[in-house]
Write a protein that binds this ligand. Structure first.
Ligand code: TXA
Ligand code: MG
Length: 347
């Protein structure tokens, strides 16, 4: 792909309102712009402009059969994108939007096939982040946006990650603070009678079940998809969130995890090792130790940043401590397992 000039709007260093207007003008003229949301940064284009949407796939190196989420700044924008939305779906949407939540709904024919990868459904998200809302409003159109990373890399939770991956490949980047949640939105299929979580995130199964008691989690959230299967969400079949380092998850209680990781570090004496630590009392003889936090919310907030930090330190093998935790735990587990290519040892 040829190198293009990327305009960077750093909201901490310029007139934020004017910068958002300029970035929105880039969208209106068919360009692609990275912008902050409360989950991760997104890379957006006018959802109704096919040529602009194609630029997103090229910039990320994203497979064209992986559909994009369409971002809105007002619940009523759902009407131009969807059809036949059930009463239950509307109730769930009213509960969780705006927020880290994406609804998969039956698509309106006006949504281009390149956005939905030819599916008859469309994923819709209304971010809570104020900059994202102002940007979408100023663009005056729904914005199709995947996470603003190169395909396969950890999603960007800070502007510097977006700049590292996409400078020279996109028209503009709106740089703001770090993403609060740190993992992507919960994607829920609301097209049938049972709401199904296709990707866990900040809206947990428990929260969803409080509104729809029959809500469930798709089987592929924690397992890999075999080549002959067609998952409900195309994104489930791709390698994801992988740093350059090779990641292994060691899951269990503190003492057992400590013994196993210590043994692994000893076995890998010629290798630059790192530990993503959940139990702060565990002291290892590794080259780099980074603390993920002791609860799901912190782990989610830090995970992608820390995976990139291991790369900055040239770590070759990462051992990630993990144990089952409530709330954000499923979202963390899903991302962690994928970053490890499902190399998980339970001890
Ligand atoms: O938090 C987020 O959701 C971020 C921010 C930028 O909003 N976006 C994001 O987009 O994570 P992306 O493209 O990285 O992930 C979208 C996921 C993919 O796994 C994709 O396969 C799935 O949503 N998806 C999109 N449209 C779908 C559809 N119609 N049916 C099923 N899955 C869909
Ligand atoms: Mg992504």
């Amino acid at each position: 792909m040829e190198n293009i000039v990327t305009q960077i709007y750093d909201l901490n260093k310029c007139d934020a309102a004017a910068a958002i207007q300029s970035a929105a003008a880039v969208i209106k003229s068919g360009g692609i712009v990275a912008f902050p949301t409360e989950t991760v940064y997104g890379l957006g284009a006018d959802a109704f402009n096919e040529a602009a949407v194609r630029k997103i796939f090229a910039a990320k190196g994203r497979p064209s059969d992986n559909p994009l989420i369409v971002h809105i700044a007002d619940i009523s924008m759902i009407n131009s994108l969807t059809q036949g939305v059930s009463e239950t779906a509307r109730r769930i949407i009213a509960e969780f939007m705006p927020g880290p939540f994406t609804a998969v709904l039956k698509k309106s024919p006006s949504v281009p096939d390149c956005v939905t990868a030819g599916l008859d459904t469309v994923a819709v998200r209304f971010p809570a982040n104020k900059t994202a809302q102002a940007f979408i409003k100023a663009a005056g159109t729904p914005i199709a946006a995947p996470s603003a990373n190169l395909s396969g890399k950890p999603s960007p939770t800070e502007a510097k990650h977006v700049i590292a991956d996409l400078a020279g490949r996109v028209d503009a980047i709106i740089a703001a603070g770090s993403s609060e949640v740190g993992v992507e939105s919960t994607v829920v299929d609301l097209t049938g009678d049972v709401p199904i979580i296709l990707r866990p995130g900040g809206v947990t199964l428990e929260m969803l079940q409080a509104v729809a008691a029959n809500a469930a989690v798709d089987e592929h959230v924690l397992t890999s998809v075999s080549p002959d299967e067609t998952p409900r969400s195309p994104g489930m079949k791709y390698k994801h969130y992988a740093p350059n380092a090779d990641v292994t998850v060691i899951e269990g209680a503190q003492g057992a995890v400590f013994r196993r990781i210590s043994a692994l570090i000893a076995e890998n004496s010629g290798v630059r090792t790192g530990v993503l630590r959940m139990y702060p009392e565990n002291e290892y003889n590794a080259d780099v130790i980074l603390d993920a936090g002791t609860n799901g919310r912190d782990y989610a907030h830090r995970l992608f940043t820390l995976l990139r930090t291991f790369d900055e330190f040239g770590v070759e093998k990462v051992f990630a401590e993990f144990c089952d935790i409530d709330g954000y735990g499923l979202a963390v587990k899903n991302r962690l397992y994928k970053s490890a290519g499902n190399k998980v040892e339970r001890v």
